[in-house]
Design a protein around this ligand. Structure first.
Ligand SMILES: Cc1ncc(COP(=O)(O)O)c(C=O)c1O
Length: 387
């Protein structure tokens, strides 16, 4: 018999027992008063998570669905957008933009770096005619484990243009500070299977008044994702079409757990997880893919494998001996880094177990630069000091 699987990837993340119990209940009618009560509180609690007074739309879709919804609802084909890319997911803004007929200007930085604020400002100042209607960026780039300074970037965009500020915070929200209203964001996307501790299937989209005004000018905003339909249903405690009723009831429970922990408590736990993993890697003399702590992700840490040990061997060892799943690198980074997720319902206990297992597997594969226990000790020291 094997232990229960442990998901140490940046989504899907583990689902707490209390949420699983709600998910096990039989479905109820999506137009019932019971479900209206759930939706009313979910809509309000989503505003709490996004730190906004603006509506947060709820889609039965994955995060990418809400990304597409964001673009098609506020931009017309041919409109110019600037996409800041620092990895696979931020790059996705440009793929969606092209797919829906936008004119995409791409500013990319090498993997492991954060968005380039200077390049952003020089692009916007050279856009004298203010042709760029929106800037798309990412809060937490899951593929490279980089956290971008969204507050500062959004301020620069506001200072230098009238463009809408569109943010992917799929793996930032619920892990670290994100303040939709205070930071002047126009559209922000997240998903259920990340900091919300739910299975995949729901996407969230916070929408500013400026975004709703832009929406009013859009010729073909689509049907299923249409903001007008969402805006009409939301105050009635409804969704336009049959939503994932079961997941939404689970979301109600997950938001209750989040409110009990408080945003501040959640962010501190993610920072503790992050610091434990980073110090553990350094403790066994592995290189971090993002050495600069200032841009290190609170949700996932990317680590280079030791010389002579492959990412595949590490992942297979963790999976086969310990039932622990960690992530490979994506695209160009496949086989070059491995990623340990510490997002959602992940606690120091899980980090200690993962680090101990990682250290064991690396030693079994011949790694002997540091004695067994070095990584665990480094993580324990963080916990003893800050836990
Ligand atoms: C930062 C980020 N953006 C977007 C996505 C895409 O979300 P989904 O797979 O839910 O469509 C992911 C998925 O991992 C992600 O990490």
């Amino acid at each position: 018999m094997k232990p229960d699987p442990m998901l140490m990837i940046p989504g899907p993340t583990p689902v707490p027992q209390a949420v699983l119990e709600v998910l096990a209940r039989p479905p109820i009618g999506h137009r019932s008063s019971d479900f209206k009560a759930v939706l009313d509180s979910v809509y309000a609690d989503l505003q709490w998570v996004f730190c906004t007074q603006q509506p947060v739309f709820l889609y039965t879709a994955s995060g990418t669905g809400a990304m597409e919804a964001a673009l098609v609802n506020v931009l017309n084909p041919g409109d110019a957008v600037l996409v800041l890319s620092c990895g696979v997911f931020s790059q996705r803004w440009s793929e969606i933009g092209k797919a829906v007929g936008l004119t995409v200007h791409l500013q990319a930085v090498p993997a492991g770096q954060a968005h380039d604020a200077d390049a952003l400002v020089s692009f916007l100042t050279s856009d004298a005619g203010k042709a760029v209607k929106a800037v798309c960026l990412i809060h937490n780039e899951t593929s490279t484990a980089v956290l971008n300074p969204v507050e500062a970037l959004a301020r620069l965009i506001r200072e230098h243009s009238d463009a809408l500020v569109i943010v992917d915070t799929v793996t930032g929200l619920g892990a670290t500070a994100f303040e939709f209203d205070a930071w002047g964001i126009d559209l922000a996307v997240s998903g259920s299977q990340k900091g919300f501790m739910l299975p995949p299937g729901l996407a969230f989209l916070a929408v500013s008044e400026r975004a709703m005004s832009a929406h009013a000018q859009v010729r073909n905003p689509g049907y299923y994702f249409n903001f007008s339909k969402q805006a009409k249903s939301l105050p009635l405690g409804q969704t336009p079409y049959t939503p994932a009723v079961t997941l939404i009831r689970g979301l109600g429970k997950a938001l209750e757990l989040m409110k009990t922990e408080t945003l501040d408590g959640i962010f501190k736990r993610h920072t503790l997880n992050q610091t434990m993993v980073r110090q553990a890697a350094l403790g066994m003399r592995l290189d971090l893919f993002v050495p600069d702590e200032a841009i290190a992700s609170p949700s996932v840490t990317a680590i280079l494998p030791p010389d002579g040990v492959s990412v595949d061997a590490i992942r297979a060892g963790l999976r086969e001996q310990f039932s622990i799943t960690i992530a490979n690198g994506q695209k160009d980074l496949m086989g070059k880094i491995f990623r340990i997720g510490h997002l959602g319902a992940i606690y120091p206990r899980d980090i200690l177990a993962t680090i101990a297992a990682l250290e064991t597997v690396c030693h079994q594969a011949g790694y002997n630069k540091t004695p067994l226990g070095s990584a665990v000790k480094a993580a324990q020291e963080v916990l003893a000091q800050h836990g």
